[in-house]
Design a protein around this ligand. Structure first.
Ligand SMILES: Cc1cc2nc3c(=O)[nH]c(=O)nc-3n(C[C@H](O)[C@H](O)[C@H](O)COP(=O)(O)OP(=O)(O)OC[C@H]3O[C@@H](n4cnc5c(N)ncnc54)[C@H](O)[C@@H]3O)c2cc1C
Length: 411
């Protein structure tokens, strides 16, 4: 079967990978000049099933309200005259109940653990290298109140059977010794030893090379403008350079998926939630993290990627405003400087922002649509690097008419 995958981020490329493995003839069309130039470019680098879960949680509305009046808060909300923003917010709030949270969290956990196993298998099969490491992730808490939240999170992990360990300061010293040298207040931490790290963009670039070697066609610098339907199917797509036709179509456009789907009357509840990252060379290796640290206080994640250090954070609900807000970047830079002083030259760091494709409830939208040859793989939010391989593998087997692990998606 000829399959057209729209979007060459981590979700589109992994979709192409598993579709090729099912023997399909795959073309990837991408509006940028290469792979992973949007959200998959500069993320925090965490492949963290242990952390996978919805942002819509009990207590979140109150927390968000407090953050709105705090300078340098990790969340910023700029109301717009955009009904999509408001309807997304209302659905987000409706998902902040304990039962909705529990259900959404369980679904995301299932997908994330399955996905990590798929990524490990892909890595073993191909030998793909992407500044990856399997040394776990340490979440740190600055206050006793944050630590109490960590204890609650540990109880959930216990129920889900996820390996974890609550640690005090001496435990932290053994896992990330440079942290204590920094002198920032740290009450304790939660260590997830099975989580991994890696540069998502490097993974995408190398995966695109492997795909091309195996016969996948890439069409860059071409934007799909609209889908054209004919009764119950998609007949073709109109692009900036003519039309393209396939037997099946996969929408893997991340935060940009809703605009394309609207051209055939499908409403996808995905809203862009902007985040930032800075990346610099590590100049003092003993002062840098060994693996990855998630700082609960600032919601900044700091990850070693080979000989580079990446720090990422902030959540801004401001539509597709791609300006690099100085205050946000300074906030991330100051936090990493406090936790890992002088590990790198933070003022020489490259800066980036991208849009998390967030659904209001948390889980991505993976699967068929009302058109029999149109499939979705979008809305992976803050966990797309973690969940890409799993959701793409499931989607590829669905498209191929195989019995899939649907339980991972829905039950
Ligand atoms: C600050 C930040 C930190 C993050 N940290 C992590 C993390 O540590 N771990 C984790 O798991 N996830 C993380 N994420 C989330 C993760 O990066 C995303 O979920 C993931 O990259 C989404 O991938 P995607 O392929 O769906 O979207 P994208 O990477 O945005 O790819 C979509 C592609 O579709 C193309 N496209 C769009 N419209 C069209 C069109 N009409 N025609 C042709 N091409 C089109 C775009 O150009 C783009 O290349 C983070 C995100 C941010 C912003």
């Amino acid at each position: 079967m000829k399959v057209l995958v729209i979007g060459a981020g981590v979700v589109g490329l992994t979709s192409a990978w598993y579709l090729m493995k099912h023997g399909h003839e795959v073309t990837v069309v991408e509006r940028c000049s290469g792979p992973a130039m949007e959200t998959s470019f500069g993320n925090a680098g965490g492949v963290c099933p242990g952390f996978a879960g919805p942002w819509a949680a009990p207590g979140m509305p109150l927390k968000a309200l407090k953050w709105m009046f705090k300078e340098n808060a990790p969340l910023k909300f700029r109301p717009r005259l955009d009904p999509r923003q408001w309807s997304w917010m209302i659905r987000f709030l409706a998902n902040c109940t304990a039962p909705r949270f529990a259900e959404n969290k369980a679904r995301m956990q299932r997908m994330a653990h399955y996905s990590k196993a798929c990524l490990v298998a892909l890595r073993e099969e191909t030998g793909i290298a992407y500044d990856d490491a399997a040394k776990g992730v340490l979440q740190i808490f600055a206050t006793q109140e944050e630590m109490a939240g960590g204890v609650r999170a540990a109880a959930v992990l216990e129920r889900l059977g996820v390996s974890h360990r609550l640690v005090e300061r001496d435990g932290i010293a053994a896992i990330e010794p440079a942290l204590l040298a920094g002198g920032a207040p740290i009450a304790g931490g939660l260590h997830l030893p099975d989580d991994e790290t890696g540069d998502c963009r490097l993974f995408c670039t190398r995966l695109a090379e492997l795909l091309a070697e195996r016969g996948c066609t890439f069409v860059y610098d071409r934007s799909v403008l609209r889908l054209v339907r004919s009764r119950g199917s998609i007949e073709r797509v109109v692009t900036t350079e003519g039309e393209m036709q396939a037997d099946a179509y996969v929408i893997a456009c991340g935060p940009f998926a809703p605009a394309l789907l609207r051209t055939v009357g499908i409403s996808l509840p995905v809203y862009p939630v902007k985040g930032y990252s800075i990346t610099c060379e590590i100049t003092a290796t003993e002062r840098a993290p060994r693996s990855s640290v998630m700082d609960e206080h600032s919601k900044v994640m700091i990850t070693r990627l080979g000989n580079r250090l990446r720090a990422a954070g902030m959540a801004e609900i401001v539509g597709f405003d791609s300006s690099l807000r100085k205050g946000a970047i300074a906030g991330i830079r100051n936090r990493v400087q406090t936790l890992f002083p002088d590990a790198g030259d933070y003022h020489e760091a490259s800066v980036w922002c991208g849009f998390r494709p967030m659904t209001p409830d948390g889980p991505a939208r993976v699967g068929p649509t009302r058109f029999n040859n149109l499939f979705l793989n979008a809305g992976h939010g803050s966990n797309g690097w973690t969940q890409a391989c799993g959701s793409s593998r499931i989607l590829a087997s669905m498209i191929s008419g195989e019995k899939t692990s649907v339980r991972i998606l829905y039950s």
